[in-house]
Design a protein around this ligand. Structure first.
Ligand code: BGC
Length: 755
């Protein structure tokens, strides 16, 4: 297909017309030159295809489709293959419905537990979020369906999402927020990237050239096109010039006319428009659904439902299991309590809201426990306690051997469009848990929520299961875990703080009327709690199993490496318990003696491994430059500091089982430029600098006195004054040394001395 030729045959008006949608979900066709229209729709964890009335907030009904677990759940699987399988299953539904591009995955970072849309996102950690997004995109695109990696970038809240300015320093942007997009863009090559609604450091993402062109295209090599979030365009012409190819939804020609006018008046170079149209056409032709695809990838909703159940069960996180209360034997008298037992909360509200073709509440599978009984306990739609329902549930719990309470956040508590106000469960559920804990020691809590909740009641219950928003088959998956048919293997992709106030973004979320400043910088999630050595309710990476795992034999292929090397780390993991299980082995890198501000450790690898009882496997990880680097703003690049780095292998970020230090060096030693304000100790480390300082100080009285004090300090008999002088000698800038030596130094003199 000669795309350049097609573009050259189009009129200015036709080209401009392609830069916005025909409808809410379709692009425009230009039949004269054979350009088809394609359809794109939400996303991310299932197909939301509206056929009659359309909207971008999930108000009007969409056709029935499989609702897979949302991002909050799938990330907890820590299983890339599984997520790719899910992507493929979603793609079969797209193909059947002639949808060329499905809008997702959402890879924004969980900066605050309050973000209303956290349920759609993966993690507080960019490494994990990037891996999950890459897997999702690879799965969908393997069947020739396009994706839209969203929302690019710094869109971590719903409050004022269409206008807020996210103020993020460069290092934080690179290491945390952009990093979640970087790997998927480079490795999975999404057909489109969706720019976010918000501004990034003072410029709308939809017209931010630094973000859309300098970074996305020029640095990362993105070859697809950028689509606006629905209604995110502020200035269409600026947007096009900055790198926004497609505006959605339709503007009924109004913004297209602005593009035509801008080209005619010379405000916009037509070459920019031509390039944009080339990119649009490339993806349009690549993703138009073909009869061959339909034949090769037939749709089977029942198969997809089964997959949704399997995926949901892999995502469930066993938070607590005192005295091995779980799994529950089938002959136990079990009280199932809580309205979510019959009406599970399985997805979030807003544009990702899917119309599930089938729904399996846990109640449908009560037959697993023949002596089980159900009491509603509370009304999902209300916050206040209903005393009759409460009394009924407490009575049933008391008369049973085990009580399982299905609790969670009602729809109104978290959704696209607004943020949560607090991190608690509704009052009626807290009361119910408290009252039941008083009469039934064997109480289990199953949670359906898209983001962490505070658990002041946790010490009163023996077990807790985080089911998140597990999609249409969540009920069956939860019953599989409760009965032990499935051994839970999910791990938390986010920290559960003890209380909201502990979260690092607390003082700056959701910002003021115009802007939100990401003042916690790189200290997001566990990076912060680790640094402050703060207790948390459940750490990042936490998740229990019905079996136990033993770690041994940590080995590295290089104890000293250059950053250009790849380092292979191997470790053995053995299932030492009674049942088959899966463990998520996590690798963290800990800079041991950094001079930069760094997190104590960062996730740089993970593997999920299935093991039968007694079985042992060797897991291997590959580390490379980025595993050790930080973003150096002055150099505008990733940099490694020479020194020791801990390789930590853990079952969670707080449960490190093995560790080993290695030394890593940059390929080219890095020296900061020496200026008049460089501390003396740093200059002395360079022999040329030491000689220069020697010359400078030679014969000066100040030098003699300082020398004496320093010697005293080294001998340990100079007292506090000597300590002070020793410290000063290290930190005093060169400019001041000159002054004390009675010489005025200039940068020119310094440069000459260092030549
Ligand atoms: C959301 C996007 C979604 C789009 C289309 C917007 O409101 O932010 O995530 O893809 O609507 O429904």
């Amino acid at each position: 297909m000669d795309i350049k030729k097609i573009v050259s045959e189009m009129t200015l008006e036709e080209k401009a017309s392609l830069c916005s949608g025909a409808t809410a979900w379709e692009t425009k066709a230009v039949e004269r030159v054979g350009v088809p229209s394609i359809t794109m729709t939400d996303g991310p964890h299932g197909l939301r295809r509206q056929k009659k009335e359309t909207d971008h907030l999930g108000i009007f009904e969409s056709i029935p489709a499989t609702c897979f677990p949302a991002g909050c759940a799938t990330a907890s699987s820590f299983d890339e293959e599984l997520i790719s399988e899910m992507g493929k299953a979603i793609a079969t539904e797209c193909i059947a419905e002639d949808v060329s591009i499905i809008l997702g995955p959402g890879t924004n970072i969980k900066r605050s537990p309050l973000c209303g849309r956290n349920f759609e996102y993966f993690s507080e950690d960019p490494y994990l979020a990037a891996k999950m997004s890459t897997a999702h995109i690879n799965g969908v695109q393997a069947l020739g369906v396009g994706t839209s990696l969203k929302h690019f970038v710094a869109n971590e809240q719903e409050t004022l999402r269409m206008s807020i300015d996210s103020v993020v320093d460069e290092r934080t942007l690179r290491e945390i927020y952009l990093a979640a997009f970087e790997e998927p863009v480079k490795e999975a090559k999404p057909t489109t990237v969706m720019c976010s609604y918000n501004q990034v450091n003072g410029t709308f993402a939809s017209e931010n050239k630094y973000i859309l062109t300098d970074i996305l295209r020029d640095e990362w090599g993105f070859e697809g096109y950028v689509v606006s979030d629905w209604g995110a365009v502020n200035d269409r012409v600026k947007g096009l010039a900055a790198g926004l190819e497609l505006q959605m939804p339709t503007t009924r020609g109004v913004h297209d006319a602005m593009i035509v006018e801008a080209v005619k008046s010379g405000k916009l170079d037509e070459a920019i428009l031509d390039k944009a149209v080339e990119r649009l056409l490339k993806i349009t032709f690549e993703t138009a659904i073909t009869p061959e695809q339909k034949e090769k990838y037939p749709l089977c909703l029942d198969t997809n439902h089964d997959k949704a159940r399997k995926i949901a069960s892999e995502c469930i996180v066993l938070l607590k299991n005192k005295d091995g209360l779980l799994p529950i034997a089938p002959d136990k008298k079990v009280a199932f309590v809580g309205e979510f037992f019959e009406k599970p909360r399985f997805q979030g509200g807003g544009s990702s809201h899917i119309n599930p073709y089938k729904l399996t509440p846990a109640k449908d599978e009560m037959g697993t426990f023949p002596k089980g009984a159900y009491a509603q306990g509370f009304l999902i739609e209300k916050d206040e306690t209903d005393n009759t329902l409460l009394a009924e549930a407490v009575k049933l719990a008391k008369e049973s051997e085990v009580c399982v309470i299905f609790a969670g956040l009602p729809d109104r508590f978290e959704s696209e469009g607004y943020d949560r106000k607090h991190m608690q469960l509704p009052e009626n559920q807290i009361n119910l848990i408290t009252e039941i804990s008083k009469v039934q020691p064997n109480t289990v809590i199953v949670l359906h929520n898209g983001s962490p909740v505070e658990m002041p009641w946790l010490c009163g219950v023996k077990a807790a299961v985080e089911a998140y928003l597990g999609g249409q088959a969540t009920g069956g998956a939860v019953m599989d875990v409760l009965s032990g048919a499935v051994n839970p293997s999910g791990k938390l992709a986010e920290t559960f703080p003890l209380r909201l106030q502990d979260n690092p973004s607390y003082l700056n979320f959701p910002g003021d009327r115009d802007k939100v400043e990401y003042r916690e910088g790189i200290f997001v999630g566990y990076r912060y709690y680790d640094k402050k050595e703060m207790p948390v309710l459940f750490p990042f990476g936490h998740g229990l199993s019905y079996t136990s795992f033993e770690y041994s034999g940590l080995a590295v292929d290089k104890e000293e490496a250059l950053c250009t090397d790849t380092i292979t780390v191997t470790v053995k993991v053995k299932n030492t318990g009674p049942v088959p299980g899966k463990e998520v082995v996590q690798l963290y890198v800990a800079p041991r003696a950094s001079r930069e501000v760094r997190a104590p450790k960062e996730l740089k690898g993970f593997k999920k491994v299935a093991l039968n009882p007694g079985e042992e496997k060797t897991i291997s990880f590959t580390l490379e430059k980025r595993s050790f680097a930080f973003y150096d703003v002055a150099q505008k690049n990733w940099r490694i500091e020479a020194g020791a780095y801990g390789i930590l292998i853990g079952a969670s970020s707080q449960d490190i089982r093995l560790e080993k230090d290695i030394t890593v060096k940059p390929a080219v030693p890095y020296a900061r430029p020496i200026t008049l304000n460089t501390p003396v100790a740093e200059i002395m480390a360079d022999p040329r600098g030491a000689a220069m300082i020697g010359q400078l100080m030679a014969g000066s009285q100040m030098a003699q006195m300082m020398q004496k004090r320093q010697e005293d300090a080294e001998k340990g008999d100079g007292g506090p004054m000597a300590e002070m002088f020793a410290a000063m000698m290290k930190e005093i800038p060169l400019r001041a040394v000159g002054m004390f030596a009675g010489k005025v130094l200039t940068q020119e003199m310094l440069d000459a001395a260092l030549q």
